[in-house]
Design a protein around this ligand. Sequence first.
Ligand code: FAD
Length: 311
Amino acid sequence: MVYALRRPILWAADQPQIKKALLSTPLSRKVVSRFVAGERVSDAVDAVRRLRADGIHAAIDHLGEDVTTEYQALAGQQANLELIQALDDAGLAEGAEVTLKLSALGQGLGRSGVALARTQAGAIADEASRNGVLVSVDMEDHTTVDATLQTVESMRQGTPSVGVALQAMLRRTAEDLPRMAAAGGRVRLVKGAYDEPESVAYSGGREVDRAYARGLGRLFAGDGYPMVATHDPALISLALRLADEHRRTPDEFEFQMLYGIRSDEQKRLAAAGYRVRAYVPYGVDWYGYFTRRLAERPANLAFFLRSLVPG
Ligand code: FAD
C-alpha cells in the first residue's frame, strides 16, 4: 500500500505547478512543525535541547538539496558551520551530529561539483571534530551513490568517524555495506526514501524489509558501528536480538528515528538504556524533505490534506 502510493506522491510533488501551489499555500505551522524543527538555527538548537532532556541525541540536518549555483552551495557550508558554532555556544556540541546532503554542498553542479562538495564537506568535518560534533553524510538518489561513497572515504582519511547512510532498497548496498562498515565505520542503515527504477532497487515493501534485515545482520556481525535508522517495530526488535547475539553493549550501536515520528518509542528506547538519535531537520528549504515524509505514509498525507481545508 505504502509502496504503491509512494511513486505517484513523489511524482506529483515534483510537478512545478503542484509545487508552486503548495509552497504558496499558508500551511499551518502545526503541520510542518510536526516534521521540521523550524526555519532558524536557534529552532534546531532548541529542539536538540528538548531531546537531550529526554536522553535522546540529535543528528541535525540543515535542509537544502539540489542547489543550482555555487553561491547556494557555499551558503550550505556556511549554514553548517554556523550550526556547529551554535551547538557549541549552547553547550550541546558533545555527542551531537551534523548530517550533510552533498547535493546541498554542490555535488550536482556539473564537472567541478563533486570536488566542490568534497572540499566543503571536508571543511565541515574538520570544524565539527574540533568541537566534538560528529558528522554523517545522507544518501540521495542512486545516481549519486558512487560519488557520495568516494567523498565519505576521502573525509574519513581526516576524520575516521564520518558516518554514511546506506539504502537497503538499492541492490548494490549488499556490496557497499562491508566496505563502508570496515574498521569501525559508522553506517546508518535506512530503507531508502527515493523513487528508484527496478533495475537498481527492490520495489516491494517486503523485499526492501528483507534486504534491510540482511543488511542489519551483516552490520551487527561486522566491525562497523550500526546506526539502525527505522521506525519499523519488527526491524527494531531484530536489531535488539542481533545486538544480544553478537554481544554488543548499548554503546556499540544506536537507533535513529526522524524528528516527530514515533517520539514515544524514541523515549522508551532511551529510557531502557539504548542510544537513540533523532534526525532533526531545520531550515527554509523544507519542501523536498516534507514531501518524502508524506510519500512514506498515507496517514501523514491525510493529516496534511486536512490542514489545507479552512476552518
Ligand atoms: P516504513 O516502512 O516507512 O515504516 C515501517 C513501520 O514503522 C510502519 O509500518 C509503522 O509501524 C512504523 N511507522 C512509520 N512511520 C510512522 C509514524 N509516523 N507513526 C507511527 N508509526 C510509524 N532515506 C534516504 O534515502 N537517505 C537518507 O540519508 C536517510 N536518512 C534517514 C535518517 C534517519 C534517522 C531515518 C529514520 C530515516 C532516514 N531516511 C533516509 C528515510 C528512510 O529511507 C525511510 O524512507 C524512512 O525511514 C521510512 O522507513 P521506515 O524504515 O521507518 O519504514
